[in-house]
Design a protein around this ligand. Sequence first.
Ligand code: 5GP
Length: 191
Amino acid sequence: MSTARGQLVVISGPSGAGKTSVCRALKQHPDVEFSVSATTRMMRDGERDAVDYHFLTRDDFQRRLAENQLLEWATYNGNMYGTPRWPMDQALARGKTFLVEIEVKGTRQLRERGTPGLYIFIAPPSLDELRRRLQKRGSNDAIEIEQRVRIAEEELAAARDQVAGAPLYDVILENRDLDATIRAVQERLWP
Ligand code: 5GP
């Protein structure tokens, strides 16, 4: 059994940029474990509780926050999202690569606290292309798509920020071609 501590890998990027597809590919690797976030947003068709997210009421989310159970958290489009702390601690202690898929404000919290890890941002080729992908995915209505495009604009600007004199993200990848993006992430993870 490996005794080396594992690695945290943060994947973020605008909704529709392709980060979920990248994460799906990385999950195939036997050393990778994946964070299941808590959220107060409504469950979408096809989603499963405790698999895609832990779907919580606001009260329950607030309680977990007060009990310091969340590693980071953020509000996104009116809903709260957060990463449960103990699965990461357990995975890293077992030498695993622990993947969290989170937005930019949560990433900033981790960086500000000096949490070691590889921080990757997946960007869309353009906002028009992002809108097209969100429309094609069909899981958000027209208003929500425009809200997500607006948030994406902010996230793309924030992704180039510095935190304590260092870049927020170690790598920013423009996802033009999914296979190439997956390969680029894999090369960073397992050089
Ligand atoms: P969605 O509603 O599309 O599932 O997620 C909306 C956004 O919240 C996405 O950018 C997603 O990566 C982000 N997100 C999901 N879980 C977490 C989390 O635990 N913490 C943070 N900060 N963001 C999350």
